[in-house]
Design a protein around this ligand. Structure first.
Ligand code: TXA
Ligand code: MG
Length: 319
């Protein structure tokens, strides 16, 4: 059963405690309800994908109490700082290069070198983030493929029984998702229209391009260019590992690899999802350092989070 919490300080502290313990809590923002997890906890982030039934790992937005807290995890350009001054707290998300020092789980950013960050304005979100003192990764609190929720009833219709709690935060003032702007490249690009209008953004960012405008590469999560693929070639569903390959293991490792990363010795899909990007990055580094020719990935069962893990492995293998 999903617990319905109120907006009192006591309930919000309780919700923060649940997040700290790795549980999932849906909460109101001024745009739509978010399905929150402690962004620094890979297992909790994996549970978000599981609860939503997402067949693939899309990068999630990380929510922060303040611009200062957000910019401790990403590298802010002068433009990013100006946008933060103008639009935060509020319905704007900016994509920026992730700092190496960031404790945010690689799964939250789907293994990308960038991170989407925002500072929500809703009182409940603000209080929850302040009480937790950590970033919260939160996609909209709906099942994959359904519309974004703007009330507790909407959240429960999709996620009742799949998440620990929902904070009854009242209504969402804006009612559509945040505007997403990519500031990580040479030109600022609007990736998703939302709560902050294109026109009001343009008054701050004269050079803003719409995604797909002439001459601008289309960059969206579904498009592979934006996604991480290891530098070494990847073979998947292997039953034998070659001497010159690094091994991505799931369960009892195949013998013969000089370097191995274990996704989950106990064959737990949630654990494997939480470690997937870390494993690929690490094996890539180690493999190159050791002069290996590739990465071999053991089979992962095709159910639950295994679908998303295999989707990502297949794309990386095809890259
Ligand atoms: O209003 C909102 O933004 C709500 C509330 C809960 O904050 N959240 C939300 O999250 O809509 P979600 O996961 O449904 O949408 C996140 C969007 C997706 O389009 C995703 O691809 C994009 O942000 N995104 C996240 N990280 C990205 C990155 N590193 N690069 C490019 N796009 C990114
Ligand atoms: Mg969504």
């Amino acid at each position: 059963m999903t617990e319905i919490l109120g907006r009192t300080d006591r309930d919000i502290l309780r919700a923060a405690g649940m997040l700290r313990a790795g549980e999932l809590v849906a909460f109101g923002t001024e745009t739509v309800y978010g399905l929150g997890a402690d962004a620094t906890n890979g297992l909790a982030v994996a549970a978000v994908f599981e609860a939503k039934g997402r067949p693939r790992f899309n990068p999630l937005i990380c929510h922060y109490e303040s611009a200062e807290a957000a910019f401790a995890d990403v590298l802010a350009s002068p433009l990013a700082e100006r946008l933060a001054d103008t639009f935060w707290p509020g319905p704007l998300t900016v994509v920026l290069p992730r700092r190496d020092s960031s404790a945010v789980s690689l799964l939250a950013g789907a293994g990308l070198k960038t991170l989407a960050v925002r500072v929500p304005a809703h009182q409940v979100a603000q209080k929850l983030l302040a009480a937790l003192g950590r970033p919260v990764a939160a996609p909209s609190a709906n099942l994959s493929g359904r519309i974004s929720p703007t009330s507790v009833a909407h959240v429960l219709a999709g996620l009742d029984g799949r998440i620990a709690a929902v904070i009854d935060s009242g209504e969402c003032r804006v009612g559509v998702e945040s505007t997403v702007v990519d500031l990580s490249g040479p030109v600022p690009i609007l990736l998703r229209p939302g709560g902050v209008s294109f026109e009001s953004l343009q008054s701050s960012v004269a050079s803003l391009q719409r995604r797909g405008d002439d001459g601008v590469a289309i960059k969206s999560p579904g498009m592979m260019a934006a996604h991480y693929a290891p530098g070494l070639p990847l073979r998947i569903n292997v039953t034998e590992v070659r001497r010159d390959e690094a091994l991505l293991a799931f369960g009892a490792p195949l013998a013969g690899a000089r370097v191995m990363f274990q996704l989950s010795a106990a064959e737990t899909l949630n654990e494997a999802a939480a470690k997937l990007f870390e494993g690929l990055h690490w094996l890539d580094e180690q493999g190159v350092a050791l002069g290996l020719m590739g990465i071999a990935a053991m089979p992962v069962p095709e159910h639950g989070l295994g679908l998303a893990i295999n989707d990502r492995l297949r794309r990386a293998a095809a890259a």
